[in-house]
Design a protein around this ligand. Structure first.
Ligand code: AMP
Ligand code: GLY
Length: 429
């Protein structure tokens, strides 16, 4: 099999690392990739949004399967264009990727399929949105309808805060088109966890669960980021709750999309909140998470490649994925200042000592080679994943490897997994 992974982050390095282990693989490319993917794949200098160039490359190189990492190429129609060229793509069509690309579309699917989620209303008029917020009161959640790179959600503690978000999104256009319409929804309370499923349009099989830390600061404080760390399996999302998530959220969404004539193929990621009334959907994503993928893929015991092919071929019904009993915990090392402004091209020391820590894997994201020296080139730079028989062991392996990396211009949270580890170490009666 000749496979092309699309993306340049830690998630794509983890995908390449997992695919490279498949005995079915002959050639692996990554577009555009990073120095980490270059260790296991051939990097191709094509950007993730350049759908035409990706399709041309896949056709000219007789690629059998394309595996997109991020949502942008999916929303831009990569799977559709590859489909027209007769090339398999383990990711949804643009129509099905609206589950992630449009909050109001995702909510309408929830309503049609009876999926538990926060009560909501959509507004394209700022005055009507403000009236609604005043009527409902706080706390209340204001969301830009479109893709906003994690900046489109305000959980407002007061009516004034919600009104400010409406003014920013709808009148100051701080998010451009993405914020011209908003979804305003009921504020839910509970622990958050993410459930992943591999889907073939009709059938879904579990693809693991994880919890991530979105805030930049320790104790889950400070600005939102793409994710500063994650762990799997999440103790809060018990096997029974995972089953409930598959039955009440993932499978109904899949059935509704198939009914609408836009079946979902690829990884469906359900962001859940574990409320007193059971798990409810916060959001859908049409892809693996980052850094969740760096925790999930090292736990996969089965060969990833035939699973992705079965998803493309509509053959997941009798497919079984096996997982290792290990726990994993991933720490993101980011450039000082991220998610605000930060320096680029700061030197990173030799990674071999970190890679030699038993149970540790180092995945690259924003790195670059300059004159033979590894340097940073983005905000999230490395993901260091530790594995072990339990989360405490995974935590120790990850942080031992982090400590072996010399990067004075980087920072990382020292408390990844704190909630779960406190539970492990001091079990409640
Ligand atoms: P999203 O981009 O939809 O995942 O939202 C980002 C974050 O906002 C989530 O991870 C939650 O912490 C929070 N959030 C979103 N919707 C709600 C809600 N209805 N109630 C409470 N918190 C929410
Ligand atoms: N870590 C969250 C995401 O990938 O969306």
């Amino acid at each position: 099999m000749r496979v092309l992974v699309v993306g340049a982050g830690g998630r794509e390095h983890a995908l390449c690392w997992a695919l490279a282990a498949s005995p079915l693989l002959t050639t692996l490319w990554c577009a555009p990739g990073n120095p980490g993917t270059a260790q296991v794949a051939r990097n191709v200098p094509i950007g993730v949004q350049d759908v035409a160039a990706l399709v041309t490359f896949a056709r000219e190189n007789a690629v059998d399967l394309v595996v997109p990492g991020p949502e942008a190429p999916l929303v831009a129609g990569l799977a559709d264009a590859l489909g027209l060229a007769g090339i398999a793509c383990c990711g949804p069509s643009a129509a099905a990727a609206r589950l992630e690309g449009s909050k109001s579309f995702a909510k309408s699917v929830c309503d049609a399929a009876g999926i538990p989620t926060a009560r909501w209303e959509r507004f394209s008029d700022a005055t009507a949105a403000r009236d609604f917020v005043r009527r409902r009161g706080a706390p209340i959640v204001v969301k830009a309808d479109g893709l906003a790179a994690g900046k489109g959600v305000v959980v407002a503690a007061s009516v004034a805060e919600a009104e400010a978000a409406i003014a920013d999104f709808m009148q100051a256009h701080t998010l451009g088109e993405a914020g011209e319409t908003v979804v305003i929804e009921e504020c839910l309370f509970g622990e958050e966890a993410s459930l992943f499923a591999l889907c073939d349009g009709t059938h879904a099989i579990p693809f693991g669960a994880a919890q991530d830390h979105k805030r930049a600061g320790e104790g889950d404080t400070g600005p939102n980021t793409g994710g500063m760390g994650a762990y799997s399996p999440p103790p809060a999302l018990t096997p029974a709750l995972q089953q409930a998530g598959m039955d009440r959220i993932i499978r109904p969404a899949l059935a509704e999309l198939a009914r609408q004539g836009t079946p979902f193929r690829g990884i469906l990621y359900a962001g859940l909140i574990l409320t007193a009334d059971g798990p409810k959907l916060i959001e859908f994503n049409a892809r693996l998470g980052d850094p969740e993928a760096q925790c999930l893929l090292p736990r996969l015991h089965s060969d990833l490649l035939p699973a992705l092919l079965a998803a493309c071929d509509g053959e997941l019904r009798d497919f079984d994925l096996r997982w290792k009993p290990d726990a994993t915990l991933a720490v993101v090392m980011a450039a000082r200042g991220y998610p605000g402004t930060y320096a680029r091209h700061t030197p990173i020391g030799d990674l071999r000592a970190a890679e030699a820590v038993p149970g540790a894997l180092v995945f690259h994201a924003g790195t670059e080679m300059r004159d033979g020296q590894l340097v940073s080139s983005g905000g999230r730079v490395l993901t260091v994943c530790g594995s072990g028989p339990d989360l405490a062991a995974a935590h120790d392996a990850a942080y031992r490897a982090v400590a072996a990396i010399h990067w004075p211009d980087g920072f990382w949270r020292r408390d990844i997994g704190w909630r779960a580890l406190a539970g492990d170490r001091n079990p409640k009666p």
